[in-house]
Every structure is written in structure tokens, then in C-alpha cells.
Write a protein that binds this ligand. Sequence first.
Ligand code: MN
Length: 254
Amino acid sequence: MVPIIGITGTLKEDVEAAAERPLGRFVRTDLDYVDGVAGAGGTPVVLPPWGDEKAAAALVGCLDGLVLSGGSDLDPGYYGEEPDPELGPTIPERDAFEMALVGLALRRGIPIFGICRGLQVLNVALGGTLYQDLPSQWEGDVLKHRQVTPKWQPSHEVEVAKGTYIAEVMGREMVKVNSYHHQGIKDLAEGLVVTARSVDGVIEAVEARDLSERWLLAVQWHAEAMRGAGPQQESLFEAHVSAAEHHALRRAAA
Ligand code: MN
């Protein structure tokens, strides 16, 4: 059984082309997510960030797994805050669609793998909050979490907590990862546990407190872009696809 894995897409304006010929807005996703899912044996489906709760519900009914991809900042209104001066651009359609989608996926017990923004969206959907800007809001020293080097290049280490599911999946305690975020988890949502941090204390990975009850795994780094760096990052996609397969089989039997 090949599980169908939804990957959240984003909206992009073709700013450069627009000057000469206005091409409008595009639904986009990085091919690395698609390759990550397909390479792990799933069938990837890119979801346009468009539509209301009803549309999201119809989509969720067709999915066995969900990958929450990276992207722009989440509107802080979703965790009860006004915008900080350092908040980056937000996309209202994407925020609304993803928050509806995640809520529905959680209710249906669909395995969710969050990446970068995806980790943040998952935390907020479960009731947590975010630092709107780590460099200006983090108390104490903070690493450079917004590297300027290519995505496949690791930039800082994370320490994976012993005895966690992600430690079992990745098979090591220290992992060098890339870093493309200026936000991060502030208050951790109930139902999640921290499974990796960078040396400054920033949360770099979380998972469900009880994975047998709901399969949730999220990383702050772009695992999809580091699949060439070793089997650890690919193993995250494999673990998700395998969980989605189990979910699909359970659903078929029900
Ligand atoms: Mn980082």
C-alpha cells in the first residue's frame, strides 16, 4: 500500500517577471520535499494553500500523511500576539489554510511531519507560542540560525535527547544541521516534548508525547535539503511514510 502524503505548498509572486509582464501568483513547493517523500516510498501530493475549512476537510480525507513545509512567518495573531517589529512577511491564505488543515489532520490522527515553519505551525496549532524573532527576543546568547550558505550545507549542531523517537530514527546524539529560521518555539504546546536543541538552548526538534496515540515529529532544520548529507535526514522521511502506511492500513481495516 503506497500512502498518499500531502505536502503544503506556498504562494509566490513572480516579482522579477512582473515588471515586464505581470505573471501573477504561483503555487509552489521545493522539489526536495517531493523527492524526500517519493524517495521514502510515499506518493507526494502538493496542496495549494487555498480554500476554507470545508476544502481542507475534503483534502484531509484523502491523505494518509501530511508534511508541513517551510516558509514565511506565521501570523502571530494565531498565538494571541501583535506583530513584533522584526516579524517577517506573512501569507494570510497560507496561514488560514494550514491552521485549518493541521487541526483536521490532528483530529483524524494523520501522521504529521513538520519542517521549519512546519514545526512552528504544529506547535501553535496545539496551543503553543513562538519567538517572533530569535535575535531580538532570545534571552542570552543565540547562534546564527539564519545561515547565508546553501541549504545542503550544515551550519550548527543539535543535541538529540536520549531515549526519544527521533534519536532512535536518526541513530545519533549529535547531528550537524542547516538553519534557516529567525523564529522558534517559545511556549511548548501540551502534547509535545522537546527532542533536540542547539547549544544556545533553541528548540530544534519536537515529537508527540505519546507517539502510539498520535504520530507527530517536527524539526526546525530543513531535513529535505540535507538528504545528500547522510542517511539520518532521509530516515526522517522514511519514518513518516512508514507511519502513514500504518495509518492507511488501520483506516482500510476500520
Ligand atoms: Mn537552527
